[in-house]
Design a binder for this molecule. Structure first.
Ligand code: HEM
Length: 121
């Protein structure tokens, strides 16, 4: 049950990030709506908490099972590039580059999640 909720939240997280990216590109007023500011944080927090709960329950140590260590680092990179894309990037080109970078990291996260194989380490 935890795993399915975790996977559903992961998909919602990427969808919300993508729609916020599109709204950023077109300077949409939607971005100032309260739910748009709050919901992604709730979804992302739940996603991370469930991941940690499962890792603890399944006794997976990220320093021993390197796929999890690599997945956590890729998640951190996704969070940073996502923050850059939505908040720091100063023009459309940088926003697009930031978005493509974030999508690259999240694809790595999904790949590691499905295969449980570390790629970089
Ligand atoms: C953006 C963030 C994340 C995404 C997109 C994501 C995605 C996924 C997906 C798709 C699965 C299911 C894989 C399968 O079919 O077996 C999964 C499982 C799992 N995830 Fe995540 N995850 C994320 C963050 C995290 C974090 C931060 C942790 C831990 C700190 C974590 C720990 C786990 C664990 C322990 C499993 C279950 C592995 C198993 O069944 O043996 N995830 N994740």
């Amino acid at each position: 049950m935890f795993k399915h909720l975790h996977m559903t939240l992961a998909v919602i997280s990427v969808l919300l990030f993508t729609i916020r990216f599109i709204w950023t590109l077109i300077d949409s007023q939607q971005l100032s709506k309260k739910w748009v500011k709050i919901t992604p944080h709730i979804i992302d927090t739940l996603l991370l908490v469930l991941g940690i709960v499962m890792a603890v329950k399944l006794a997976i140590n990220p320093l021993e099972q390197l796929w999890l260590g690599e997945k956590i680092l890729a998640v951190i990179a996704y969070i940073f590039t996502g923050y850059y894309t939505l908040k720091l990037a100063r023009n459309r080109m940088l926003q697009v580059i930031g978005f493509l970078g974030s999508i690259g990291w999240i694809m790595l996260v999904f790949r590691i999640a499905m295969t449980k194989e570390n790629i970089i380490f």
